[in-house]
Design a protein around this ligand. Structure first.
Ligand SMILES: Cc1cc2nc3c(=O)[nH]c(=O)nc-3n(C[C@H](O)[C@H](O)[C@H](O)COP(=O)(O)OP(=O)(O)OC[C@H]3O[C@@H](n4cnc5c(N)ncnc54)[C@H](O)[C@@H]3O)c2cc1C
Length: 448
């Protein structure tokens, strides 16, 4: 059953919905796992459908550039409020919107796009949304209000929503352009990895963030030797603290993954095919497959070329408006108040605001607090809030660690109020603690 049908039934009181605290997805409460990010029930909270009330049925044409989380969220917000307008979605991928976070979480078992599609083809028919797939947007002419596409066609629009997301950052390493070096961003990247897996004995993952570790764990299931090379001196340094990083390090090593911190990669070696990864120290790690996981770069080039203001991302206000009239931006490619975490819940929320405001509604976007989860390596991890990262702030902490049970909990407080959480091994309290964090609960009330 599609989310919108579920919402309808929920309005009639026949179904109950939940919201995933990790990715913001809303779905039927009977599901055991979130369809977008795969986390379990401990991360769900009950969700009540809010009716928009706003309706404006017009003959306008809305063009949505990109069909990722932000694009599909914008399309849904438009159709919810305008039943008669024309909606075009354009993507250079050959597939309809899908749950991108599942790419690394199901890397080895993902065979068919249907496993992770957001909506089936009937949904688009019913909503009268036209998908333009496998076409690249060449130019946005904001004066003539025309989008020029790579197949020489053009779309005339009244309102344009720029949701072109981001690409993987490819570090300038010699040999990174070889076919066996893959950065996972699209479904087609997963297909390339799965084609190479049967002949892979040694895989090296460059980058020890969440996506790198997810990919490493998945690849290790296919009986390859897997090594993770991380440039920093700790794992997930942005979200974890020193103790949590060390705890996770032991778990990763115990899961059979080789891990090297302070690893400065200077070359991916090989003539006709990849043979290894070389560090500045001279060490060489044999590899037939290399996964690059080194962050993202927002897709802003087309916007900049047409005069849309961008810093790291396209600059938008709280209504997702850019500096040009009738052009909105949302998702990984946009930034609000200088912030863009490049995460699914933010893309959903920005997309909804962009779509709603483009129709004429007044929806204000607020930055979504980032949450980190990781499941794999025989453990689970949850980190949220400020875990001691703001300079000049005095934190109080409470830490509980059990080496036998392999569990770790740490709580950060500012002026006695909860500011951050790290859970490793047992994340069953994540939902409740997220509420505590939102309410900035006092240390004395937390029963720690
Ligand atoms: C492997 C992976 C795992 C992730 N895991 C998580 C997670 O666990 N939790 C989380 O919160 N977030 C996660 N993310 C991040 C999350 O998926 C993104 O924040 C989200 O998908 C962004 O959505 P978007 O719509 O802004 O952009 P995108 O999903 O990138 O969509 C943009 C679309 O535009 C297309 N496009 C770009 N340029 C052009 C052009 N010129 N012409 C035509 N089409 C174009 C792109 O191909 C793409 O299809 C993950 C991301 C990846 C890659």
């Amino acid at each position: 059953m599609e989310i919108n049908e579920i919402k309808q039934e929920s309005k009639k009181g026949t179904r109950t919905l939940v919201k995933c605290l990790v990715c913001g997805e809303i779905f039927d409460s009977s599901l055991e796992k979130c369809p977008v990010c795969g986390v379990g029930r401990e991360h769900f909270i009950p969700y009540e459908v809010e009716e928009t009330g706003y309706q404006s049925n017009t003959e306008e044409v809305f063009v949505i550039l990109g069909n990722g989380a932000a694009g599909i969220s914008a399309a849904t917000a438009i159709r919810d409020r305008n039943k008669t307008c024309t909606i075009h979605m354009v993507s250079n991928e050959s597939v309809r919107s899908y749950n991108r976070p599942m790419l690394t979480k199901t890397l080895i078992s993902l065979k068919d796009i249907k496993q992770i599609e957001v909506h089936n083809p009937e949904w688009y028919e019913e909503k009268n949304i036209t998908n333009h797939l496998s076409v690249t947007i060449q130019e946005i002419n904001t004066e003539k209000k025309v989008i020029n596409l790579s197949d020489n066609s053009a779309i005339q629009y009244d309102k344009c929503i720029y949701a072109l997301g981001s690409e993987c950052f490819i570090p300038p390493i010699k040999g990174a352009d070889q076919p066996e070096v893959i950065a996972i961003r699209k479904f087609s990247d997963v297909q390339r990895v799965t084609d190479l897996i049967p002949k892979t004995k040694n895989a090296v993952v460059i980058g020890g963030g969440v996506l790198g570790l997810e990919a490493a764990w998945e690849i290790s299931k296919s009986n390859c030797n897997v090594t993770v090379l991380e440039m920093a001196d700790k794992l997930m340094g942005r979200q974890l603290d020193q103790e949590a990083g060390e705890f996770l390090l032991t778990i990763v090593k115990n899961a059979g993954i080789q891990l090297r911190l302070n690893a400065s990669v200077i070359e991916i070696t090989g003539q006709n095919e990849v043979t290894g990864v070389k560090l500045a120290t001279g060490e060489n790690f044999p590899a037939d497959l290399v996964i690059l996981s080194s962050g993202i770069v927002p897709n802003t080039a087309l916007a900049i070329a047409t005069g849309i203001e961008a810093a790291r991302g396209i600059v938008v206000n709280e209504h997702m408006e850019t500096n040009l009239p009738d052009v909105y931006a949302c998702g990984d490619c946009a930034e609000f108040k200088g912030v863009n975490y490049g995460i699914w819940p933010q893309a959903l929320a920005m997309g909804e605001a962009a779509g709603a405001n483009a129709v004429g509604d007044a929806v204000t976007y607020e930055n979504v607090p980032p949450v980190l989860t990781f499941t794999g390596m025989n453990t689970s991890l949850f980190a949220a809030g400020d875990n001691g990262k703001t300079p000049g702030i005095q934190y109080t902490t409470v830490m509980k660690k059990d080496e036998t049970l392999k569990t770790f909990e740490k709580y950060y407080f500012v002026d006695e109020h909860l500011s951050g959480i790290i859970l490793i091994g047992d994340t069953s309290k994540a939902g409740k603690l997220t509420n505590d964090l939102e309410e900035k609960r006092l240390l004395k009330d937390m029963n720690l």
